[in-house]
Design a binder for this molecule. Structure first.
Ligand SMILES: [Zn+2]
Length: 213
């Protein structure tokens, strides 16, 4: 069972978390909003590109969470394109590397959204009810759980139908909670990887050639 820790919105405190996880040898994925100063009243990392670059250099994955965090099912295709393309190019300029992953804001999707996201990213992560335990591994419907579902993870891990991939999504949880969970998972010998690495290992990513067309 592979586990991936993912962090949404790119809050400034995620930088501290990235450092702590690095020291614990746990690579994680950070989904960054690229076009806002603050989100939910908290400062965003995008306004300090040096810190973002540093997170990337610590072997974590920098991925996109759109430019302005709009509900993609409520805007037209040109606007979805803009949200995907612009945030990708901003992040790639900062980290000087390919940005492969994407997380849908509010986890709202439809066929049109998925089709557009597919043009720019190799995978996309949801949360909530969509494919929560990744029973069907799908590169554009990668499911994830919030920490309140963690007890179920331990139950699932000992059953015969244990999931191949469990993705945990964090938002504004305190650093101490995140590090305790990470420590526990590590001590229990779960295999912790960035989401891109986990999906590569499971061999479900879209091939590169199909990504940009
Ligand atoms: Zn978000």
């Amino acid at each position: 069972m592979l586990i991936s820790l993912t962090f949404d919105d790119g809050f400034k405190q995620h930088y501290e978390i990235a450092l702590k996880l690095y020291r614990m040898d746990i690579p994680a994925t950070f989904f960054i909003i690229t076009g806002l100063k603050k989100y939910n009243g908290k400062h965003l990392l995008i306004n300090e590109p040096k810190l973002l670059k540093e997170i990337h250099n610590l072997n974590h994955e920098i991925a996109s969470h759109t430019h302005t965090h709009r509900d993609l099912t409520k805007i037209d295709r040109a606007e979805i394109m803009y949200e995907c393309q612009y945030s990708k190019s901003i992040l790639e300029n900062i980290i000087n590397d390919e940005v492969k992953g994407f997380a849908y804001p509010y986890s709202t999707i439809n066929d049109d959204v998925v089709k557009t996201v597919k043009k720019f990213y190799r995978y996309a992560r949801c949360m909530g009810k969509i494919n929560r335990w990744n029973n069907n591994l799908h590169p554009y419907k990668v499911g994830s759980i919030g920490i309140r579902h963690l007890p179920k993870l331990f139950l699932k891990a000992i059953t015969l139908r244990k999931p191949k991939l469990v993705v945990i999504t964090f938002h504004k949880e305190p650093i101490s909670i995140v590090t305790s969970i990470a420590k526990l998972l590590k001590e229990l010998s779960f295999e912790l990887k960035t989401l891109y690495e986990a999906l590569t290992k499971l061999n479900i990513l879209n091939p590169y050639e199909e990504t940009y067309n």
